[in-house]
Ligand binder design. Structure first.
Ligand code: ADP
Ligand code: ZN
Length: 497
């Protein structure tokens, strides 16, 4: 809006000067002596006025439409350009045939989710996949950024949303991609009127799809837990897919995709590079290879050698990490020990749960790693089993204590402690289960707190006992995690034996 005012300032000034000149000329009679001069001046003034008006109109139109926000074209990107990210790709594959022939689904009464939310750290390929979906389906791709819909003027964002969807519908079939959807769809704590209206416009556009429209909406965010629930409800973004940071194997796949574009010496081992690049996103891997290629070109070499890759790697590490490699390695080690602790405790104490995966790859929910187990399906839990759950939750912290000593445990266990405390409290308050043999019902808060506290203490002791007894397994699993980053349940069981 500011630029508009500056742009129209010059014509206004010129027009004013011309008018003043004209008046003066009429007064002193120049106009009657040389009429051509007068007409010429009049003409110039009219042209300037016309220019001014047309620019105003253009700007007003632009402000209300998404025309200048969304570039729409059919992308040349395909699924084969995306490495790893298998789960997300699988879901998107399902959508391709829906976009192409929505009628087939409508006839059967099948309801396909048209809103897919991709969540994960920056650079994990969310935009790339959305583009590839449009490319595969052969339909126009409208990419917009959530931040472009948040304006100072109430109603502008909402009208942009409406005209964006209008444009997409006019194409018949299309993929709309909202990057950084959280800019519009944050939880409703202190959202402005403008944001509220924009979100409502988006929600109503999404519910307004006809069954036969082959339009799907993809959105991306780094944090799913900050989004308004209204966005995640059925009929909106009811399919949510995590796009995790790549593990070693996935990094190799991504490197392979991008290595195809540069001239790489046979001496360079992408395998080794994949192992060196823990926690790198796809975007960062691509950037790394590109940087290596630039360095090789600067050297005057005709192919990218190991030395270029290593120099690019150094730059990348120093550019991105404040505390350098050793600090980073240290944190990785703590995370590995912590997660291995949870996993070993699960395997020993809760044999009925099926341990599926342990990992030291951070999640987009803010955890440094995770240990995943499928609990058995049942209605009732026994007291002894619940105690084991507490121990499993606390085993991460106990593992850190074993590794580094009590004074150096990290903040990585806050969720665990919350979880353990919740179980302990429910045992005491809801289920009347007390540590020791006689269960009685407690009424005073102080008594309840004491009992829950005791459950936690016992759980902690149990966890540290299990880790001490299975020390060798815990160490082996920690090492394995440092090498591979993600270890599946099968392998954990093999290590346990
Ligand atoms: P996001 O949208 O998740 O922030 P982008 O899709 O913009 O990430 O990724 C930026 C670039 O990084 C992509 O254009 C691509 O070159 C590269 N990239 C990221 N993830 C992958 C992947 N899984 N496979 C191949 N390339 C990737
Ligand atoms: Zn933990």
């Amino acid at each position: 809006m500011k630029t508009e005012r500056r742009n129209s300032f010059a014509p206004v000034l010129l027009g004013l000067m011309a008018a003043m000149l004209l008046i003066q000329m009429i007064q002193n009679g120049t106009f009657t002596r040389n009429p051509e001069l007068g007409y010429a001046l009049l003409l110039v003034g009219m042209v300037l006025a016309a220019m001014l008006f047309s620019r105003r109109k253009q700007q007003r139109e632009l402000a209300g439409s998404a025309a200048y926000l969304a570039k729409s074209e059919i992308p040349s990107t395909r699924f084969k350009d995306v490495a790893a990210n298998d789960e997300a790709l699988e879901a998107l594959r399902d959508l391709v045939s829906f976009i192409r022939e929505p009628e087939n689904y409508a006839v059967l009464g099948a309801r396909i989710p048209r809103g897919v939310l991709l969540y994960g750290m920056p650079g994990t390929g969310k935009t790339l996949m959305a583009k590839a979906l449009a490319g595969e389906a052969g339909v126009p791709f409208f990419a917009v950024n959530g931040a472009d819909f948040v304006e100072m003027y109430v109603g502008v964002g909402a009208s942009r949303v409406r005209s964006l969807f209008h444009k997409a519908r006019k194409c018949g079939k299309a993929v709309i991609f909202f990057d950084e959807i959280d800019a519009i769809g944050k939880k409703r704590d202190n959202r402005s009127d403008e944001r509220e209206q924009t979100l409502n416009a988006l929600l109503s556009e999404m519910s307004g799809f006809g069954e036969r429209d082959g339009v799907v909406v993809l959105a991306a965010t780094n944090r799913v837990d900050t989004l308004d629930e209204a966005l995640l409800r059925a009929g909106r973004f009811d399919r949510q897919i995590e796009v995790p940071l790549p593990g070693v194997a996935e990094r190799l796949q991504i490197l392979n995709v991008h290595a195809g574009r540069i001239r790489l010496s046979d001496a360079v081992s992408l395998d080794a590079l994949a192992r060196q690049t823990a926690l790198f996103s796809g975007a960062r891997l691509e950037c790394l290879l590109n940087e290596a290629a630039i360095l090789a070109a600067k050297r005057g070499s005709d192919q990218v050698e190991e030395q270029d890759v290593q120099r690019a790697m150094e730059r990348s590490l120093f550019g991105a990490e404040k505390h350098g490699l050793s600090r980073h390695e240290h944190e990785r080690h703590i995370t590995a020990a912590h997660e291995a602790g949870h996993a070993v405790a699960t395997a020993v104490l809760l044999p009925e749960s099926e341990l599926t995966r342990v990992s030291i790859i951070p999640t987009s929910r803010g955890a440094a790693g995770y240990s995943m187990a499928l609990p058995p399906e049942k209605m009732f839990h026994e007291k002894q089993e619940l105690q084991c759950h507490i121990a499993v939750a606390l085993a991460g912290r106990e593992a850190e204590r074993m590794l580094l000593g009590a004074d150096r445990v990290s903040t990585g266990a806050s969720n665990d402690i919350e979880k353990a405390a919740l179980i302990a409290r429910r045992m005491v308050c809801e289920w009347g289960m007390l540590p020791g043999s006689d269960d009685i019902y407690l009424f005073s808060q102080q008594q309840k707190d004491m009992a829950a506290q005791q459950w936690l203490k016992q759980g902690q002791q149990l966890a540290s006992q299990v880790l001490a007894e299975h020390h060798a397994v815990w160490t082996a699993l920690t090492q394995r995690l440092l090498e591979k980053e993600t270890v599946d349940g099968e392998e954990v069981r093999r290590i346990m034996q």
